[in-house]
Design a protein around this ligand. Structure first.
Ligand SMILES: [Zn+2]
Length: 267
């Protein structure tokens, strides 16, 4: 489990046109990958040094990190080395957390420059972090897509499924996006029924995790098997069965799915 909090050394703030000559922490992204310097650290440099090294598209002030100003930076192109956030995690899990926030702000700012209703150029609100259409008033906040993930037990076994769309081909627990109009608990019951055909009971909140690929908020639950026979949908889920503890290997602790699996293995 990630023990650190986003806010251990980071304070949230936002100003669209804030500039400073002070050395600052720059979260520099290219194709959603983060730049780390030759010491595998986030660069602490001034704006002049930033512009000397990178072709900056835009930079946005996103608060303070370790008592220094922090910016997210979108660049045009670069031959420097960039890291996928999943590769940043083993180097510095705190940078994974704040980088995850930074890249979602970058995506939102980049993708909401024009009003989705009338096409007018949006402007940043003076007080809130939102992009607003000056013509029709339509507003856009940063987008977060909630998703549920659930560890289902039957006696001393855990339900694991083989997903068709996961890059890593291995059995894991069930997850899915929350539909408009439903509660988190309803999403858990529906996803499980749709994907493996069973009914569950005793759904309990476990923990949550921001998952910036690209903008999920994973909400984790535990549950118990109630009734029904496993029948996979053959679309999202190709195979599913009950696993005993000795059949399950521990995984990288980057994601809430591994925290839920560890919780089962440690019980
Ligand atoms: Zn508009």
């Amino acid at each position: 489990m990630i023990k650190k909090s986003l806010y251990d050394n980071y304070s949230i703030d936002f100003k669209e046109n804030y500039r400073t000559e002070e050395d600052s922490y720059y979260f520099i992204f290219y194709n959603r990958e983060l730049y780390l310097n030759e010491n595998n650290e986030l660069p602490l440099i001034n704006e002049e040094e930033l512009n000397k090294k990178f072709n900056v598209n835009f930079s946005l002030y996103i608060g303070t990190f370790k008592n220094k100003p922090a910016f997210v930076v979108d660049i045009i192109e670069s031959s420097e080395k960039f890291y996928n956030l999943t590769d940043v995690f083993p180097i510095d899990d705190e940078l994974f957390l704040i980088g995850g926030r930074a890249v979602q702000i970058l995506d939102w700012y980049k993708n909401h420059q024009y009003c989705g209703v009338c096409g007018t150029h949006n402007v940043m609100d003076d007080d809130l972090m939102m992009l607003k259409c000056p013509k029709c008033g339509h507003i856009n906040f940063t987008r977060i897509a909630p998703a549920i993930i659930v560890a289902i037990r039957k006696d001393d076994k855990l339900l694991m499924a083989y997903h068709s769309y996961y890059k890593i081909k291995q059995y894991t627990i069930l997850a899915g996006f929350v539909e408009a109009g439903e509660t988190l608990e309803e999403a858990v019951h529906r996803e499980v029924k749709e994907e493996v055909g069973i009914n569950i009971k005793n759904v309990k909140y476990f923990a949550s995790q921001s998952w910036p690929f690209p903008n999920s908020l994973m909400v984790g639950f535990t549950a118990e098997y109630d009734r029904g026979k496993i029948k996979v949908d053959n679309f999202e889920i190709l195979k599913a069965r009950w696993f005993s503890k000795d059949e399950i290997e521990r995984r990288s602790n980057i994601s809430i799915s591994s925290w839920l699996i560890d919780d089962f293995l440690d019980s």
